[in-house]
Design a protein around this ligand. Structure first.
Ligand SMILES: Nc1nc2c(ncn2[C@@H]2O[C@H](COP(=O)(O)OP(=O)(O)OP(=O)(O)O)[C@@H](O)[C@H]2O)c(=O)[nH]1
Ligand SMILES: [Mg+2]
Length: 442
């Protein structure tokens, strides 16, 4: 989502990097451009003013490291201040010392409360905790049904009762959770198009009745500055402990993400990055800052990759890439792993350099992955290790075997050849570093 901001900031820093000595005017000029870029990204103007002020004070002041060039210094300061703006350190959820931990979701209609409740349920479930989802949205008839479907998908329990009043439902659910030994109780409350007093009052009553350990305000990043104003109103009216910023996968300009902590004083705890149930990430301010500055979120990627790929697999893959011994067999393994990791675009966006590269035909989209896998499955092991032997009659056989057309097979082989070429050309540079990082994960 930060693409526009990212490329502007990168352009500013590119100019700085090229210089050996920086004059005060150079820094001032760069910061003017940073300021503009932030304003264009819809960041709150007061937040921008303070931010630029802090960077400027440090850049022209004492905060200097001799190991860096002046340009690098400024980038480092901007990076640190940006991380600070986003909350500094990662803010974790408060868990109750004695279960159950009660988490209350709130926010406007369509912000993603119910989806996030499902994602959080999955998050805790993976951790081996017993989760109870509570439908406290009685206004929309389909709401309870939506939550029940999510509960089934995730494999957690849902609270059901004859009650019609959201406050009574939450109170009863909290009491039952103790009996039924649920460790995490997630309350999915109703939303409104606008902030209104009856809604605020209902949420206040729920909060007072069950005293949640964690009240999470769910903000739709696509609504920009408006999300920040609404957050302020919810904080004044009810009070919350943290923010879940949803739809960060969209093309919002980033203003909400960059202003919400500074304006409300409440940290962003999670980011929603897709509609699927595993598209939820703990929010890391420092990594997000690096991502915005175009350094790519290598750490998040490695964490994801670590969860999906064993260190041995990663190391052997990295070595193969460097030796240019990457085969169709490896390609298929990669496709399987990509499926485990999430969508291809999501992953590409996190690799420095790759997010800017035009991969063209070399980059299959998610829908193609399954077909590509079927084609590779139809090859003999020998063909998979040596794509050169795949001649016309073999192509025909493979197409028939995988239920595809010869053109599809041709396209795949061409993509594969391009991919290998790309890996070879990158193995000295960014990809090589990346590969080494994987290699160093043991
Ligand atoms: N792309 C994307 N879509 C999301 C994300 N989170 C939620 N959505 C989508 O946003 C829409 C609304 O989500 P809900 O979870 O139903 O929102 P809600 O806040 O519970 O809405 P109400 O119950 O009507 O107040 C759904 O289509 C979700 O799939 C996200 O992180 N990324
Ligand atoms: Mg809902």
């Amino acid at each position: 989502m930060f693409d526009a901001l990212s490329s502007k900031l990168e352009a500013v820093f590119k100019k700085l990097r090229g210089r050996g000595v920086l004059k005060e005017e150079d820094v001032k000029e760069a910061l003017r451009e940073v300021r503009l870029a932030l304003l264009e990204a819809d960041v709150n103007f007061k937040v921008v003013r303070e931010f630029v002020g802090r960077v400027q004070a440090r850049a022209v002041g004492q905060d200097i490291l001799s190991s860096l060039t002046p340009g690098q210094q400024v980038i480092k300061i901007v990076n640190e201040e940006l991380a600070g703006l986003l909350g500094g350190v990662q803010a974790k959820l408060h868990l109750a010392p004695n279960p159950p931990t009660i988490i209350m979701m709130m926010g406007l209609q369509g912000s993603g409360k119910t989806t996030t409740a499902g994602k959080l349920a999955k998050y805790f479930r993976k951790d081996g905790r017993r989760v109870l989802l509570v439908p406290a949205d009685t206004r929309r008839p389909a709401a309870a049904q939506q939550l029940a479907t999510l509960a089934r998908q995730v494999g957690v329990d849902i609270f059901s009762s004859e009650e019609k009043d959201p406050v009574s439902i939450c109170r009863a659910a909290a009491a039952q959770a103790i009996q039924s030994l649920h460790e995490v109780v997630i309350l999915d409350t109703a939303g409104r198009l606008q902030i209104d007093e009856p809604l605020m009052d209902e949420l206040r009553q729920i909060k007072a009745a069950v005293k949640p350990q964690e009240t999470l305000f769910v903000a739709d990043a696509m609504t920009g500055q408006e999300a920040v104003n609404i957050a302020e109103a919810f904080d004044r009216g009810i009070g919350f402990d943290g923010v879940v910023l949803t739809k960060l996968d969209g093309d919002a300009r980033g203003g909400a993400a960059l202003s919400i902590k500074a304006v409300t004083g409440r940290p962003i705890k999670f980011a929603g990055i897709g509609e699927k149930l595993d598209a939820l990430e703990p929010f890391h301010p420092d990594r997000m800052a690096s991502r915005i500055l175009g350094m790519g979120d290598v750490l998040s990627l490695i964490e994801k990759a670590q969860a999906a790929v064993s260190p041995d697999e990663a190391l052997s893959l990295a070595r193969k890439m460097q030796r240019n011994a990457f085969s169709l067999e490896d390609f298929r393994d990669q496709i399987r792993q990509v499926k485990k990791l999430g969508s291809l675009d999501q992953i590409m966006g996190m690799i420095p350099g790759l997010n800017k590269m035009k991969l063209g035909d070399a980059k299959p989209d998610d829908g193609q992955l399954a077909r590509v896998e079927a084609i590779i499955n139809s090859m003999t092991p020998k063909e998979r290790t040596d794509a050169m032997i795949i001649n016309g009659s073999r192509r025909l056989r493979i197409a028939r075997g995988s239920g595809t057309q010869v053109q599809d097979v041709n396209r795949l082989l061409k993509q594969f050849a391009e991919m290998r070429k790309m890996m070879k050309s990158m193995s000295g540079g960014k990809m090589g570093k990346f590969a080494k990082m994987f290699g160093g994960m043991r």
